[in-house]
Design a protein around this ligand. Structure first.
Ligand code: AMP
Length: 309
């Protein structure tokens, strides 16, 4: 295993960089022998403050924090998206270290998928709508790599962003179904000051596309405000969001209010739900969502943040 100083990345950090399964196991073994808790943050790199928030959450509760950086080819259904996916390893190692990671696992493709690798995890119905319908094979690839990474890292706790709400719900389902010995923690979506959800893909937006992309959060916040004023009809909430998407010139793949656990569509906001959207700004396809919890969003709140508490 290489100490950080042997990679290009600076600082006095004690981040250990592991590139093989054996290096990873050597790095985590020490922590386990000391009875330390291991937290895990899987990523595809191009780290931003949303990823850093996951690492900070892990570092706040775990002694040892492993961040993986692996652009998983099997979860890309679009070759251009895979080819153009940003890769910024040196900066990522610094970001991970600054946020409190102790180990970076940066495997090559053949470390994750060695010769003879033959298993695919296919999550059930929860993976069919929304992203599942628009990105065939995506969730099989995602679930398979996450289960493989959980097997390699063997964390006590793994952290996932609510930005990818369907992914989080699928991982919770898979971990439950396979009785995997790990606790899954969801971390709130980090946004920039204009409301845009942080995403590695934002780096590919032109100024005009970025402006257009702001329509996503504007629409979600409009729906949240409407729910805060007492609206419970899914159709009305979706339409409030869609009006903002249209105004920004976006044509979403979907705008859907779904149950936050099953991801099945609902007619009424009568339980905690996710309002999810996917749309392309220029060549860059983005997803965003907001959690709407009717128990927290009463008319007294008038659309203030408690609505998605
Ligand atoms: P990715 O590198 O895009 O695969 O994301 C790695 C992890 O970071 C996933 O659990 C994402 O949900 C999470 N993540 C990405 N963007 C954000 C964000 N803006 N806020 C919170 N978590 C995020």
């Amino acid at each position: 295993m290489l100490p950080l100083s042997q990679t290009q990345t600076p600082s006095s950090s004690s981040l250990v960089v592991a590139r093989t399964a054996a290096q990873l196991q050597a790095a985590t073994q020490g922590a386990r022998h000391l009875g330390q808790t291991v937290g895990f943050v899987p990523t595809m790199g191009a780290l931003h403050d949303g990823h850093a928030a996951l690492v900070r959450a892990a570092a706040a509760s775990c002694d040892c924090v492993v961040v993986s950086i692996f652009v998983n080819p099997t979860q890309f259904n679009n070759t251009d998206d895979l080819t153009n996916y940003p890769r910024t390893e040196a900066a990522d190692l610094q970001t991970a270290a600054d946020a409190g990671a102790t180990i970076a696992f940066v495997p090559a493709v053949d470390v994750i998928y060695p010769d003879g690798f033959a298993t695919t995890i296919t999550p059930g119905k929860i993976a069919e709508p929304l992203e599942g319908a628009h990105r065939p094979g995506h969730f099989d690839g995602m679930a398979t790599v996450v289960v493989r990474l959980l097997g390699l890292v063997q964390p006590d706790v793994a952290y996932f962003g609510r930005k990818d709400a369907q992914q989080l719900a699928i991982i919770q389902q898979v971990v439950r179904d396979l009785a995997l010995p790990v606790q899954i923690v969801g971390v709130d979506t980090a946004r920039d000051s204009s409301g845009l959800a942080l995403s590695s893909r934002n780096a590919r937006l032109s100024a005009a596309e970025r402006e257009q992309a702001l329509g996503l959060s504007r629409g979600l916040f409009a729906a949240r405000d409407l729910a805060g004023r007492g609206e419970r009809s899914a159709r009305a909430l979706q339409e409030a969001a869609a009006a903002e998407f249209r105004a920004a010139g976006l044509t979403p793949d979907y705008v859907a209010l779904v149950d936050e656990t099953t991801f099945l569509a609902v007619d009424l906001l009568d339980r905690p739900c996710i309002l999810a959207v996917a749309a392309a700004a220029g060549p860059v396809r983005l997803i965003d969502n907001i959690r709407l919890n009717p128990a927290a969003c009463t008319s007294e709140h008038h659309g203030e943040p408690p609505c998605n508490a």
